[in-house]
Write a protein of this length. Structure first.
Length: 401
């Protein structure tokens, strides 16, 4: 599932308020960890023959200055291939990608799936010293999804995080109503609700509300595991369909691109929208600049629970060469340096799992919800639907209703 809006570069720029910083002269990973020139003994120097680091990734993490500094430091060529969603990347890896890629990204439950399929290898966190600066909510034991289910092997290194919260115009929406996912289905706000056109988020989010109302969220589950809104029973899916059909009559529209969310919220036609926080940050910036007379609110975790994601780096099982393996670890550690995480936040509009608040302004901390990372424990992480066919059927029936 793709949580990266793919609308255009304009969408990304809407969440950015800062210019690009200058190029680092040497690897931030080595500097941050206090490691010497022999930190990665197998990595060749810049004068040696060029080695390729082949990466299957989301495009917004290809930070130009970070890549340039890394290539110069280690004498390698960074070779990215982009994907739009987890399923696409997973299918590429299954179709021989372990020999084509050295690193791959995924979020939520996906790293366990990759590892279980033998597509990625276990991670040695001792080779990622910058991970010591991560928010506790983003690493085990609080965040368990980067460890093999029922085991101890680490399968991925966290990178950045975010939520699929609800942006609210508080001049029109009762704050009590805004605390619940049910605000998106409330007849009081008919004609002023917009949601994404993506069926996965719509069904999963509604599934949280439905399971809460049915009392099945905290009850024993058929699979014996904790509640996961991507693993819904037939009864829950049927109820989800009813809620979504009801909601359909209340919607102003379903959005495809983020500029539509901006326009409808700014015009006052829309009073609420579940989104990734991009519009929320743009509305906040406009309010501070006296371009908007109301201050947007972002409900990261409704009282029933919400959806969220943590992006991760994984090492392909095809990486067996010691030098290439060290290059992979060097890249991951470098990416998690304070210096690079500042770039990712300020240039790409994404919050890192590394605690860099000491380097940020109070405005940045507010915009990126960095004092709310403890709430990640209340978010259900993105996953693939347990039955894509059933989900697609439900959505088709909602669309046809």
């Amino acid at each position: 599932m793709n949580h990266k809006p793919t609308s255009t570069a304009l969408t990304l720029r809407a969440a950015k308020a800062f210019n690009r910083r200058t190029l680092l002269a040497r690897s931030a990973a080595v500097a941050a960890a206090g490691l010497g020139a022999n930190a990665f003994p197998y990595i060749r120097n810049a004068e040696a023959a060029t080695l390729e680091l082949r990466v299957l990734m989301w495009a917004n993490y290809n930070v130009e200055s970070t890549v340039a500094a890394f290539e110069q430091q280690y004498g390698v060529r960074f070779a990215p291939t982009y994907f739009d969603g987890n399923s696409e990347a997973f299918n590429k890896m299954k179709a021989g990608g372990t020999q084509d890629f050295d690193l791959v990204q995924a979020d939520g439950h996906w790293p366990r799936t990759y590892h279980k399929q033998g597509l990625t290898q276990s991670i040695d966190n001792s080779k990622v010293p910058n991970l010591a600066n991560a928010y506790p909510a983003c690493v085990p034991p609080i965040y368990p999804l980067n460890v093999v289910e029922g085991g101890t092997d680490v399968v991925a290194v966290p990178n950045c995080w975010g939520g699929y919260g609800v942006t609210i115009n508080p001049t029109h929406v009762d704050p009590v109503d805004a605390e619940s996912i049910e605000v998106l289905y409330n007849e009081k706000y008919s004609g002023h609700i917009i949601t994404s056109n993506r069926f996965e988020e719509n069904i999963a989010e509604t599934g949280i509300l439905v399971a809460d109302r049915m009392g099945t969220k905290t009850a024993p589950r058929p699979d014996g595991k904790p509640f996961n809104p991507y693993v819904l029973t037939d009864e829950e899916l049927e109820e989800v369909k009813k809620w979504l059909i009801k909601q359909k009559g209340l919607l102003l529209t379903r959005y495809v691109e983020y500029d539509m969310v901006d326009r409808l919220m700014l015009s006052g036609q829309a009073w609420m929208s579940p989104e990734w926080g991009i519009t929320f940050r743009r509305l906040l910036a406009m309010h501070r600049n006296n371009e908007l007379d109301w201050k947007a609110q972002y409900v990261l975790v409704p009282k029933e629970g919400g959806l969220g994601w943590i992006d991760n780096w994984m090492i392909s099982s095809g990486v067996q060469d010691a030098e290439k393996l060290e290059i992979c670890y060097a890249w991951i550690n470098n990416f998690l340096s304070d210096e690079n995480m500042l770039k990712v936040l300020r240039e790409e509009g994404t919050a890192s799992i590394i605690d860099i608040r000491k380097h940020l302004t109070e405005i940045e901390i507010e915009d990126f919800l960095l004092n709310q990372t403890d709430k990640l424990a209340g978010l259900y992480m993105f996953d693939q639907p347990s039955s894509p066919e059933k989900w697609e059927r439900v959505w088709s029936e909602v669309e046809a209703a």
